[in-house]
Design a protein around this ligand. Structure first.
Ligand code: CP
Length: 308
């Protein structure tokens, strides 16, 4: 039962509960009209303390397509946070006006703190370099719809695996499905943190390799998950400039990949996928953005208990 729950960490839901969300997303994709009024009279608050295009707008589009309405802010400076109000008090106040909250914050753990005194569901829409559970739902729904299952896959994650919160959430989530293998492709300085390799992969005996060159492994992959080097999380601009173009996926590299490999990217991209790759049928990152809206529609319906 997902009604009334929060989604703070991708592991908050069991795989069975995730499947419930995906089945609702399947129904929405097949018959969106059936869901056009399930949230009539309901309000979603989007509290975004950090910039966003996809997450905020797909949440808003999701609620509007369910018949509900949206309020909120897209930068901390336009809220009373600028006067020193705490996240906990902000969410407690917003819970007086809205039925559900989606929050993005630069500090790890902020949505969890916000949820502590909230009597409406709180969804983590990204907290610092930590987690991004609704991007994970997006990624899983995309893989499930395009590859047909979530098991027996070799998944390459490439780029900034240190600061990329979507990567951490995806590894955790895909580790729960059978026979998945990971190839972690990054410069030494941007490797996946130990709390993921040791606590998630090694503890669960999941096969993984860490490599530096994409060309050496691209032919092994079923999924290539590209990521942007996260400029906003670097302490030093020189390091960012040195590392920002470590990987650029282009048509030449795609020639070495399997014919049914898919390329995903949470977006936004900067330079890491050349525009020429967009025309390759294996480039699925814009489809992925659309699945993001459907899965958020399903999630809102489930947390509000209004799904069919
Ligand atoms: N994928 C993602 O989180 O994009 P935004 O930062 O634009 O929301």
């Amino acid at each position: 039962m997902l009604k009334g729950r929060n989604l703070i960490d991708p592991m908050d839901f069991t795989t069975e509960e995730l499947e419930e969300v995906f089945k609702t997303a399947d129904k929405i994709i097949e018959n969106p009209k059936d869901f056009a009024h399930v949230c009539d009279g309901k309000l979603l608050a989007t509290l975004f303390y950090e910039p966003s295009t996809r997450t905020r707008l797909s949440f808003e589009a999701a609620m509007l397509r369910l018949g509900g309405q949206v309020l909120g802010f897209s930068q901390a400076s336009s809220s009373s946070v600028s006067k020193g109000e705490s996240v906990m008090d902000t969410v407690r106040t917003v819970a007086c006006y809205a039925d559900i909250v989606a929050m993005r914050h630069p500090k790890e753990g902020a949505p969890k703190v916000g949820a502590m005194k909230s009597d409406i569901p709180v969804i983590n829409a990204g907290d610092g370099g930590h987690q991004h559970p609704t991007q994970t739902l997006t990624d899983l729904l995309t893989i499930r719809c395009i590859k047909g299952n979530l098991s027996n896959l070799t998944i390459g994650l490439c780029g900034d695996l240190k600061f990329g919160r979507t990567v951490h959430s995806l590894i955790k989530a895909m580790s729960r499905y059978k026979n998945n293998k990971f190839i972690l492709i990054s410069p030494n300085e941007l490797k996946v943190p130990d709390y993921i390799t040791k606590e998630v992969l090694e503890k669960n005996n999941i096969e993984y390799r860490e490599v530096e060159k994409l060309e050496d492994v691209i032919d092994e992959l079923d999924i290539l998950y590209m990521t942007r080097v996260q400029r906003e999380r670097f302490f030093n601009e020189e390091d960012y400039i040195r590392l920002k173009d470590s990987y650029i996926l282009d048509s030449e590299k795609m020639e070495k990949a399997k014919k049914d490999m898919i390329v995903l990217h949470p977006l936004p991209r900067v330079n890491e996928i050349a525009y020429e790759v967009d025309d390759d049928p294996r480039a699925c990152y814009f489809k992925q953005a659309k699945y993001g809206m459907y899965v958020r529609m399903a999630l809102i319906s489930k947390l509000l208990g209004v799904d069919k």
